[in-house]
Design a protein around this ligand. Structure first.
Ligand code: C5P
Length: 313
């Protein structure tokens, strides 16, 4: 039991602390100080992504590992979810064998990086929207540390609007194109045979037993990350799954401290038309994906100042 004197002492301490903390200006200063301490801990930018509003924190889960490595594999449950995306008939054994083969060919690096107090990593995520045409964003895009493009997105002939550098190119077999050896290939796998495909796609110089400077580094998105985007960000819609571009935006929130998004948004007919070609299928809309919902989430991230969004106008 506390003595009477001690009780009074603790009560006075409590009252003093509360009155200091909750007295207008001092309390604001205290809150600023705490946020400053927290901010400086996670990254070296003015504002860090990993702290923030409830809407964002409800969706953003920093513990999810975006990339596959031997250490960060997936469970059979996740595999069973993922294989349904494109009707893959493989078994979990087939899947693990395919991954093993890839890791016999490439170094098993852990690409899952965390923010750190001495770094401010800026990312440009460049979608393929037609709204890039005439935008003159090229120099701005090129000024980022990481520049992520996707699918058949290209720079040649469009440099003024889309820039010249690509550090990461997201693709899968059906959307593949040749890459220079200065660019990381980020595989978004949708079926087991996509992993086998990478082995043939990579030039022999990319395999770990012949390391040369003509090396394309392969990074593989984890099916667990796809499930996380589907469930946490899109709230688990049925008969559809997240688009490459939307997954790339969420991925950038896990790889970078400052994110700028370019080239997202359907045209006035609601079609996902491209800056580098004329649209042939006028009934395309947003394909198999919930384009308007994805766009609203990207817009919300912009409104909460989690990302910069450049709309081409
Ligand atoms: O058409 P494609 O899938 O190659 O485009 C890459 C990504 O860019 C899409 O997955 C989509 O998220 C985004 N996009 C967009 N608006 C467009 C075209 C593409 O938001 N008009």
């Amino acid at each position: 039991m506390l003595s009477r004197k001690r009780k009074i002492f603790f009560l006075l301490l409590y009252v003093t602390t509360v009155s200091v903390l909750f007295n207008g200006r001092q309390s604001a200063r205290f809150v600023n100080y705490i946020s400053h301490v927290l901010e400086t801990r996670s990254c070296a930018c003015q504002k860090c992504l990993s702290e923030g509003e409830p809407w964002f924190m409800d969706r953003y889960n920093q513990s999810v590992k975006p990339f596959l490595s031997r250490k960060h594999g997936i469970t059979e449950d996740i595999f069973n979810w993922w294989k349904r995306l494109q009707g893959d008939r493989s078994s979990f054994n087939n899947y693990t064998e395919a991954i093993d083969k890839v890791f016999q060919m490439i170094p098993d690096k852990d690409h899952n990086t965390q923010p750190s107090p001495d770094k401010c990593r800026s990312c440009a995520v460049v979608g393929n929207s037609r709204n890039l045409k005439g935008s003159h964003y090229g120099a701005l895009i090129d000024s980022h540390d990481i520049i992520m493009r996707m699918n058949r997105g290209r720079t040649q002939g469009y440099e003024i609007d889309v820039g010249t550098r690509t550090t990461h190119h997201v693709m899968y077999p059906e959307s593949a194109k040749p890459l220079p050896n200065t660019t990381h290939l980020v595989l978004f796998p949708f079926k087991t045979k996509d992993f086998r495909w990478t082995i043939n796609y990579l030039p022999p110089s990319s395999h770990k037993y012949q390391p040369t400077k003509n090396t394309i580094e392969l990074i593989m998105l984890s099916p667990a990350f796809m499930k996380y985007v589907h469930e946490n960000w899109l709230l688990n819609p049925t008969r559809t799954y997240p688009s490459t571009g939307f997954m790339a935006v969420v991925l950038s929130l896990h790889m970078c401290d400052e994110v700028s998004v370019f080239g997202f948004g359907a045209d006035s007919d609601g079609n996902w038309s491209h800056y580098f070609e004329e649209l042939r299928n006028k009934l395309l809309r947003t394909g198999l994906h919930k384009g308007p919902q994805e766009y609203r989430i990207i817009q919300q991230l912009f409104e909460l100042q989690k990302i910069h969004m450049y709309k081409g106008w």
